[in-house]
Design a binder for this molecule. Structure first.
Ligand code: ATP
Ligand code: MG
Length: 292
């Protein structure tokens, strides 16, 4: 399901990932452990398509057969076009300012005649370019940006150490948001969200806001939110890092229940030894590499 090969990542000159290879099968629970700063979060963000690795001919990342690096390259292409669009537009604006200043303060008759022709010609260029780039950049961008964000929203779920629920929305609304973003119908989504929240033992708390829920409950709402679009894989970064022992144990059992009952795949970064050892496979990150 996930195939990552030779993944590198630099932050300035600091090489955080030094050629990571990783294969994860459907229905597997894989834990990633390692010292603070070893690069676990960085790797998870890259696998989750939230960050981009260095480009290198030997690197590849595919999730469910989708070539993630290619989708991200399309985004980068867009940023080149965005630059050109900005340059073209600003040249047009600067030219017009110079022209207005000239007409107000420095006009002479002979220059006027020449300028009229030049102006028509030169004004024409930025306007045509703006039109061309508008079509190429904005239209393509909105379509192609959507491909990656839609892919992420529909195929990947995320659980973080701090639940990151939206404080002004209820538990039920928080769970529904990713489905609404995927344009799923309201009634069906709410029914599904209630079903998941009930499954997670939260049916009595669905109309409460995050601040009215305990840490363990908030984290279960975050799990429900990660599940709403039935993702192929859930990425969790220290999901129980902020929970007491009892709530952490409950959350860990929940992951395994979801795997056993629904074949849910998990990649979990954790400092919790117990959770790490319960996983089907424990990967240890040492200094930007997975050690065997
Ligand atoms: N955006 C960033 N810019 C610069 N350096 C970064 C950035 N993000 C992470 N780093 C550095 O990269 C290294 C790896 O960070 P990462 O967050 O992946 O570690 P980690 O293994 O998740 O650690 P922890 O267990 O403490 O969460 C660290 O040295 C960190 O300081
Ligand atoms: Mg981390």
């Amino acid at each position: 399901m996930i195939h990552a090969k030779n993944i590198h990542k630099f932050y300035d000159k600091l090489e955080v990932l030094k050629g990571v290879d990783l294969h994860i099968k459907k229905g597997e629970i894989v834990s990633i452990v390692g010292a603070s700063g070893a690069g676990k979060t960085t790797l998870l963000q890259i696998l989750g398509t939230l960050d981009t690795p260095e480009r290198n001919s030997a690197s590849s990342l595919s999730i469910n057969g989708k070539n993630i690096l290619r989708l991200q390259d399309i985004e980068n292409d867009n940023s080149k076009e965005e630059k050109t669009f900005k340059i073209v537009t600003w040249s047009g604006v600067i030219y017009i300012i110079i022209l207005v200043v000239y007409l107000l303060f420095f006009r002479t008759k002979i220059l006027d005649e020449t300028l009229r022709l030049v102006t028509l010609g030169v004004l024409f260029l930025p306007i045509v370019s703006m039109f061309v780039y508008y079509n190429r950049y904005f239209k393509k961008k909105s379509k192609q940006d959507k491909i990656l964000s839609e892919f992420r929203n529909l195929n990947l779920g995320f659980i973080f150490q701090f639940h990151q629920l939206l404080p002004e929305f209820t538990a039920l609304e928080n769970v529904c948001i990713p489905a609404f973003m995927a344009n799923k119908p309201k009634a069906q989504t709410e029914k599904e969200a209630k079903k998941i929240l009930e499954y997670l033992g939260l049916s009595h708390r669905i109309h409460h806001k995050p601040s009215e829920l305990s840490g363990g409950e908030q984290q279960r709402v975050a799990v429900a939110r990660a599940l709403i679009n039935k993702p192929d894989v859930i990425f969790a970064d220290e999901p129980s890092g902020n929970l007491d022992t009892h709530s952490a144990e409950n959350l860990h059992q929940l992951f395994f229940k979801l795997r056993d009952e629904f074949g849910q795949t998990f990649v979990i970064v954790t400092h919790n030894e117990e959770l790490a050892n319960m996983a089907d496979r424990k990967l240890v990150m040492v200094d930007g590499q997975i050690s065997n």
